[in-house]
Design a protein. Structure first.
Length: 242
C-alpha cells in the first residue's frame, strides 16, 4: 500500500525550470535547504528509526564498485567501445577504499529532480526512494554535490543547477560537514567514485540503444557517448586531487 499526501511543490529537472520557479535572490536559500535536508537524513541512526534492516551496512562503496564494473564489462561489446580509464579508475578506487563510518540511510539519487521545491524555495519533500539502502553517507553526499559547479568550472548545460545565483560546491560541502560533523578529507575519493559510477550507468544505457533494446527515436547517442567520456574525465580529475 502507499501512504500519500499532497505537497504543493515541484521538482526541478532543467535550468529553465529553476530559472522560472526560483528567483535569483532565493537560490542560495534553495541550495542551503537542499543540503540541510540531506544532512538531516544522514544524522538519523537507522536502528533508532526502525530501518536497521533496510540493507547491508558494510562496504557500501566496495559493493557498488563491483556492481558497476560488472555492468561496464558486460556492456562493452554492445556499446562497441571500451575505455582504459574505466579499468584504471576501478582498480584505484578498490585499492584506496576508505574505511566506512557508521551506516546511514542513503537515498542513492538525491538531486533537485527528486526533491519537491515549494514556492518559498525550500525542499518540502524528497521522492523516488526505490534504490535507497544503508551505506556510506559520503557517497550520497558526493553524488548530490556533483551537479553544483565551482566558479570557473564548465557547467552542465542540462543541469537544473546551471543557472546563476547558487553557492559554489565547496561552500555547500562545508555546510553539510558543519551540520553532520563529517570528515571530508576523502571527499574527492567519493566524487571520483560517483563520476565513475555515472559513466558505467550511462554506458549501460548507450549499450542498450546500440543493441536495439531501446528505441533511438529522440535519443542523442552522440551526447550520451560524450557524457560517458566527460564522466570518466570528471572522475579522473577527482582522484588526481587525492
Amino acid at each position: 500500500f502507499y501512504v500519500m499526501g499532497l505537497i504543493d511543490a515541484r521538482p526541478l529537472y532543467k535550468p529553465s525550470e529553476t530559472a522560472s520557479w526560483v528567483p535569483p535572490e532565493r537560490r542560495e536559500t534553495l541550495a542551503h535547504s537542499f543540503f540541510d535536508v540531506l544532512a538531516q537524513l544522514h544524522a538519523q541512526d537507522p536502528d533508532a528509526i526502525g530501518l536497521g534492516d533496510l540493507g547491508k551496512k558494510d562496504s557500501y562503496v566496495g559493493r557498488q564498485l563491483k556492481t558497476w564494473y560488472r555492468s561496464w564489462t558486460a556492456s562493452t561489446e554492445f556499446a562497441g567501445f571500451d575505455d582504459d580509464r574505466a579499468h584504471t579508475l576501478q582498480q584505484f578506487l578498490l585499492d584506496n577504499l576508505p574505511e566506512q563510518g557508521p551506516a546511514r540511510v542513503v537515498h542513492g539519487d538525491y538531486g533537485l529532480h527528486n526533491c519537491l521545491i515549494g514556492a518559498d524555495s525550500t525542499v518540502h519533500a524528497v521522492v523516488d526512494w526505490e534504490i535507497s539502502t544503508l551505506g556510506d553517507p559520503l557517497a550520497d553526499l558526493a553524488y548530490a554535490l556533483n551537479p553544483w559547479p565551482e566558479p570557473g568550472e564548465e557547467r552542465d548545460p542540462d543541469a537544473a543547477t546551471s543557472v546563476d545565483g547558487f553557492p559554489p560546491r565547496s561552500e555547500l560541502a562545508r555546510r553539510y560537514a558543519e551540520r553532520t560533523g563529517a570528515n571530508l578529507d576523502n571527499l574527492d575519493y567519493y566524487v571520483g567514485f560517483n563520476g565513475w559510477k555515472s559513466a558505467a550507468i550511462i554506458q549501460g544505457v548507450y549499450a542498450r540503444y546500440q543493441a536495439g533494446n531501446k528505441s533511438t527515436a529522440g535519443a542523442d547517442l552522440k551526447a550520451l557517448r560524450n557524457k560517458i567520456d566527460s564522466s570518466l574525465d570528471f572522475a579522473q580529475r577527482a582522484v588526481n586531487r587525492l
